[in-house]
Design a protein around this ligand. Structure first.
Ligand code: C2E
Ligand code: CA
Ligand code: CA
Length: 673
């Protein structure tokens, strides 16, 4: 027996003892019935009904619909409680043994039938004055009909009460809550079954041969129930993966939020998962491969989120998860990381290790919304933020939401930070791949927020871009980075500095002049300044990008295409751009292994860059294996946590591997994570 509360164990034992006593006392009182053939027929039907029960998809755990109740109750009316108990016990034991239920569960079910039958029989006798009716004259008096109604009600209520008590005690939840939950779905089905019992008794009283006639409508009703259940299943499930669809996802989300509102599961979250670059798989390997990948993902996601949670396919490459019973916020994030891990594990198809990645957004009940729809919408906003920034997973914050009042406040704070030097620039080393000598650094903006601490650019650059503040931010970083580079030159260091430009700054007509003036004022070599523009922002408006890049290059600076591999540029478009460097995106580099699909892409990108006369830089190098692979591919430069994380300028200058103007004294020690 799984660890079960003492109270639950005592309850189950108590029911079993009561049942045993009832059997001992009552069994000898049961006489041999006249119509043994009818009793046998009803018993067989009770067993058959139990064996062919249908799981209807209502409520949280589904509800068992079975016509065995109808015939057990018919036995009770026509032959008395003892025979009804006997038939139910046989049916329940046969069924539980075949289903390999644990012995104590089977014993409890059987005992429960004994208790319910005996109590119901007593109520029936009280109402009608007979232990059972005579089959030939059954229901000729109104009191017998009233008796049957009272008995049926007793049977239903007692059965429910006992079952809910057992479940409630075993799961340690409120017994009353369980009772309500259960009864909601049981009432209708049971009404039909109890209604059938008197009909069966009367018909059998006329002639046992009429029973098959009764079975015809029953079989039809049974079959059509199965069909309608199947139809309902289809309407609420995705045909490819078999997972719940968007509609059922929403229903489950509403249910979870209702429960949370009733304080049953205070920590409830909605999670949306969107695969990254899934379109590429469909486009290059065909839709049937895409379908295979999606089918493979279903069980992986179910495994990663854990039992009792809904994983739904919302359409295309988007999945949704309802997390109704979390320990705390951290658990939601842990689950998100587990899900990412499950998605990232390579899928072997057609002798190729397919590597997938995804972006996940999470919204938490109460903190981020009070109803299912707004939680779903906010999880979607968080998911898009995760996608835009490549963050893997993201918890919703009003900062991400352009419509929230908090974001307006956030813009105000950011503006203040620009004016009051609340911003700073950190530097991440860039190395020559084969020697690990540091030959430059990328300037990465940080916001030193008075309350939040260090805020990373992914959390505020999108806001800055929308509010127009990005212009001031870019100017700040440019001035800081070029001034830093001048300091490095004065110290005899031979380092370049890279600065990120966002799409919007390309439209800034004053930018080339600003770059030129700053470079002249600081007296740095313009070739030591590299401006990085992402592939996606170039492809948004290639014409503007080409003219802006050409003008910047005329100042003498170098230009790099950043995050290469995330946009959808083609070779002709890249060839047309005035570029010096190509930076391969970290999403391709980080998880690379010898056999992987991404290592094929990275090595062909290195080749492509070289053929176009560009220097190639790999970003996101985190492991020795990855670094060695890049060495083998002839990738010129590399950047990543393996060589060093972004750090304040003073820390960068402590790196023992910095390239100096007079070389020959290099220390070849790499920094590790
Ligand atoms: P990016 O240009 O791709 O910059 C590299 C980002 O990757 C940095 O994140 C860096 O910390 C991270 N990174 C570096 N090595 C590794 C690694 O081995 N593994 C992993 N997982 N990550 C690594 P950071 O500093 O948070 O910057 C994020 C993005 O924000 C940058 O991506 C860039 O697009 C943008 N950004 C940063 N500073 C500026 C800025 O001054 N202006 C503009 N417009 N954008 C900026
Ligand atoms: Ca960059
Ligand atoms: Ca990058």
């Amino acid at each position: 027996m799984r660890e079960m509360p003492l109270l639950a164990r005592s309850y189950i034992l108590g029911v079993a003892v009561v049942a045993a006593v009832l059997i001992a006392v009552m069994a000898p009182t049961a006489g041999v019935p006249n119509d043994i053939a009818i009793l046998a027929a009803f018993t067989v039907l009770t067993v058959l009904g139990e064996l062919r029960s249908i799981q209807a998809p209502v409520g949280k755990d589904g509800v068992d619909l079975t016509f065995s109740t109808a015939f057990a109750f018919a036995i009770l009316i026509g032959f008395g409680a003892v025979w009804a108990a006997a038939a139910s016990v046989v049916a329940s034991l046969v069924c539980d043994v075949l289903a390999r239920k644990q012995w104590w569960k089977a014993a409890f079910n059987a005992s429960q039938f004994v208790v319910v039958s005996v109590v119901t029989g007593a109520v029936f006798e009280l109402c009608t004055g007979h232990a059972h009716l005579d089959l030939g004259t059954a229901f000729s008096r109104p009191s017998e009909i009233v008796g049957a109604i009272c008995a049926a009600t007793t049977y239903f209520v007692l059965n429910l009460l006992m079952l809910s008590t057992a479940m409630g005690l075993a799961q340690g939840t409120s017994v009353f809550g369980m009772l309500l939950e259960e009864s909601k779905y049981q009432v209708l089905g049971s009404l039909g079954m109890f209604g059938l019992a008197p009909v069966a008794v009367v018909i059998a009283g006329r002639s046992v041969w009429l029973l098959p006639v009764l079975l015809i409508p029953l079989a039809i009703a049974y079959q059509s129930t199965i069909i309608s259940i199947e139809k309902e299943h289809q309407a609420l499930h995705d045909s490819l993966t078999g997972l719940p669809n968007r509609e059922l996802f929403r229903l489950r989300a509403i249910e979870a939020v209702d429960d949370a509102a009733r304080e049953r599961n205070p920590w409830t979250a909605i999670m949306l998962i969107d695969l990254d670059r899934f379109k590429e798989i469909n486009d290059t390997l065909g839709h049937s491969t895409g379908d295979l990948v999606l089918t493979e993902l279903g069980p992986r996601l179910l495994g990663a989120v854990g039992e009792g949670r809904t994983v739904a396919r919302l359409g295309g490459d988007e999945f949704g998860v309802v997390l109704p019973d979390l320990r705390d916020i951290d658990e939601a994030e842990e689950i998100a990381m587990g899900v990412l891990q499950a998605i990232r594990a390579p899928i072997l198809l057609h002798d190729l290790d397919l590597e997938l990645d995804a972006s996940i957004g999470i919204a938490l009940y109460r903190e981020h919304g009070l109803d299912a729809d707004s939680l779903i919408q906010r999880a979607d906003i968080a998911m898009y933020a995760a996608k835009e920034t490549g963050a893997g997973h993201k918890l919703y914050t009003p900062m991400l939401d352009h419509t929230s009042p908090m974001q307006l406040n956030f813009v105000g704070e950011l503006r203040q930070a620009v004016e009051t030097s609340g911003l700073c620039v950190w530097y991440q080393p860039q190395v020559l791949t084969d020697s690990c000598v540091v030959i430059g650094a990328e300037a990465l903006l940080r916001w030193n927020h008075p309350v939040r601490g260090i805020v990373v650019p992914d959390d505020f650059i999108p806001v800055a871009e929308q509010s127009g503040l990005i212009r001031d931010l870019t100017r700040f970083v440019l001035r800081e980075a070029i001034a830093a580079n001048a300091r490095w030159q004065r110290q005899g260091l031979d380092l370049s500095v890279s600065v990120n430009l966002s799409a919007r700054t390309l439209h800034d007509l004053d930018l080339p002049d600003l770059v030129r003036v700053t470079i002249e004022r600081e007296q740095v070599d313009p070739a030591r300044v590299i401006l990085e523009i992402t592939e996606t922002s170039i492809m948004e408006d290639p014409a503007t990008a080409i003219s802006a890049l050409s003008e910047l290059r005329s100042v003498g600076v170098q230009v790099a295409i950043d995050d290469y591999g995330t946009g959808h540029s083609n070779l002709a478009q890249v060839m047309a751009l005035p570029l010096d460097l190509l930076k391969i995106d970290k999403s391709l580099v980080t998880g690379m292994s010898a056999r992987s699909q991404s290592s094929v892409i990275v090595s062909s990108t290195v080749e492509l860059g070289h053929n176009l006369g560009l220097k190639v830089v790999a970003e996101g190098v985190e492991t020795t294996e990855c670094w060695q692979l890049l060495c083998g591919m002839g990738c010129d430069e590399a950047q990543g946590f393996f060589f060093g994380r972004p750090v304040p300028e003073a820390d960068l200058l402590r790196n023992p591997n910095l390239a100096r103007r007079r070389t020959g004294t290099l220390v070849h020690a790499r920094q590790h994570l």
